[in-house]
Design a protein around this ligand. Sequence first.
Ligand SMILES: *[C@@H]1O[C@H](CO)[C@@H](O)[C@H](O)[C@H]1NC(C)=O
Ligand SMILES: *[C@@H]1O[C@H](CO)[C@@H](O)[C@H](O)[C@H]1NC(C)=O
Length: 200
Amino acid sequence: MAHPALHLYVLAILLLALSFKATSTSTSTSTHNRRGLNSLHFTLYQQEAINKTVYLIVKGVTGPDVSPSASPFGSLFVNQDLLTISPNSSSKVVGVAEGASITSSLDGLTNIVMEKITLELKHYKGSVSVLGTAHNIKVIDLPVVGGTGDFMFVQGYIKPSLVTFENPNIVYKIEFHLYWPSYVANHFSHSDRSSTVNGV
Ligand SMILES: *[C@@H]1O[C@H](CO)[C@@H](O)[C@H](O)[C@H]1NC(C)=O
Ligand SMILES: *[C@@H]1O[C@H](CO)[C@@H](O)[C@H](O)[C@H]1NC(C)=O
């Protein structure tokens, strides 16, 4: 077993890391090793402006049961939005989300979403690719299906939720939950680099 003093030291660092995570609204990152998986968790804010960073390219057709929050079936939206470290659009930009969504349910509430999210974080540079469905009202996780650069081979999910909508500006909170498979972690020593994020 570890020396008791060392144990307290580790506990102190853990508490510090936890409090850091709880109080920071920015690119706070944390890592865990679970069954050889390395993971990275952080939150960013997507800054979107209608007719400036997101456009309706193809008008869909009105389906049978359209609710006020519905978009016409087949609507194609394309976006290129900045990702910032806080909800304030003037805060530091650390990423770009480029993608498209197509309204894919007849009630007009769900959309197939595909996004390439390029990230330039302190210790990680590269991109993640997202593919899944989003709902106009409910918060749904979107699967991360891969990545490039430091995010090569990642899997996981992002959780987008609406923060503010002040026409034409929309701010989404995006939680990232990224996991590297163990064979990548061993090969590229992500465990060494992840551990420098918290200094643990
Ligand atoms: C956003 O940030 C800018 C620049 O730091 C600041 O001037 C402004 O007051 C902030 N806005 C809000 C709503 O906090
Ligand atoms: C965006 O542009 C379309 C087409 O020009 C227009 O109908 C719509 O009202 C605009 N929306 C906003 C929020 O500016």
